[in-house]
Write a protein that binds this ligand. Structure first.
Ligand code: CA
Ligand code: CA
Ligand code: CA
Ligand code: CA
Length: 345
């Protein structure tokens, strides 16, 4: 606000002089909006917000004084206004809803952001991600806060001088491996904070939300050294009644909270009447690994036809199901031979 001291003063409106005004908009905004008979120059709060920090405009008014005899005299009055900075204001950012990829490609999205800075000549704004909160299903999320922040690229800020509107086109990209841990329907919510800095002391934060809904990954059969054993062997007459061997099938399901069931099918070519029975599944909701023990049994009497050194095989297929449409199939083989051990078949 500028204050004009001059008495007496005419009732006629003061007419602003256009010298030194930088823009048409500036000229319009400098026209006083209140009665002037008191000799006070006033202008509505906010009408000069367009002035950037330390930016100045000068208005010159010519005041005409008229006496009772019709004599007149004029006097110029100069009003100088210095701008102060206004912080940018980021508009609400629409939430981004993503679904875990079913392939190994990165999960990506563009996140448009718009903001205003009423300081018309203010340009050169920058944007940065200043924070993130992870919620929802976070057990299995291996990324640190710093790494989560790195998933967002603030991108280039666009704002032209003379306009109060600006925009940012942020990018989000998460590697598939970072979010595979989500089981079907599980949701990870990432609440980020982006800040726009006008370089003149105005820094404004705004939050935005990225949700990622999990999809199922099929279990896979694994080979764990020292644990996995899918080739059994028994030897005729090692026992008079039943010949047995045991082993362990190991599997992996990146969907941490998935639980698994197992089933076994005997191959049609099996002729010895042996059986494969499965024990309970060992697994945990905080690791992807699981295992299940198996026991192969066959009647010793069924192996008596084997000559020394001769072998026979029975094959069983074990299926590990995650209950979400994902299956893993290891082969499990029982070998029967006399007096010597043989490797898998
Ligand atoms: Ca301003
Ligand atoms: Ca500003
Ligand atoms: Ca998954
Ligand atoms: Ca799964």
């Amino acid at each position: 606000m500028g204050l004009l001291r001059s008495t007496p003063i005419s009732e006629q409106p003061l007419r602003p002089h256009s010298r030194f005004l930088r823009t048409d908009r500036a000229r319009q905004r400098l026209i006083p909006t209140t009665a002037l008979s008191t000799g006070t120059y006033s202008i509505a709060e906010g009408a000069l917000d367009f002035l950037a920090k330390d930016e100045q405009v000068t208005a010159v008014f010519t005041v005409t004084l008229t006496d009772s005899k019709g004599g007149t005299v004029t006097q110029d009055v100069t009003v100088t206004i210095t701008g102060s900075n206004d912080a940018p204001v980021i508009n609400a950012i629409s939430p981004t809803a993503l679904t875990e990829q079913t392939n190994t490609a990165a999960l990506t999205a563009s996140i448009p952001v718009s903001f205003t800075d009423v300081d018309l000549t203010d340009i050169g704004h920058t944007a940065s991600i200043t924070g993130v909160q992870a919620s929802g299903t976070t057990t299995g999320l291996a990324l640190t806060s710093a790494q989560l922040i790195e998933l967002v690229t603030p991108g280039t800020v666009t704002k032209a001088s003379g306009s109060s509107s600006g925009s940012i086109n942020m990018g989000f990209s998460a590697p598939a491996t970072a979010i595979d841990y989500l089981a079907a329907g599980e949701v990870l919510t990432l609440t980020y904070t982006v800040a726009v800095n006008d370089g003149d002391g105005g820094i404004t934060p705004q939050t935005f939300v990225v949700t990622i809904t999990g999809t199922n990954d099929a279990p896979t059969i694994t080979t764990v050294e020292g644990t996995t054993d899918v080739a059994g062997a028994v030897t005729e007459d090692a026992s008079l009644s039943t010949l047995t061997d045991t082993g362990t099938i190991t599997f992996d399901d990146v969907d941490l909270t998935n639980t698994h069931t197992v089933s076994v099918a005997s191959a049609s070519g099996n002729t010895l009447g042996g059986t494969l029975t499965l024990g309970g599944v060992s697994e945990s909701a905080i690791t992807s690994e699981g295992s299940v023990p198996w026991t192969y049994s066959v009647a010793n009497s069924a192996t008596q036809y084997l000559a020394a050194g001769q072998t026979a095989s029975e094959v069983f297929t074990v299926t590990v199901s995650d209950g979400n449409g994902g299956y893993g199939h290891p082969g499990c083989h029982g070998h029967h031979h006399r007096h010597q051990r043989c490797s898998g078949g």
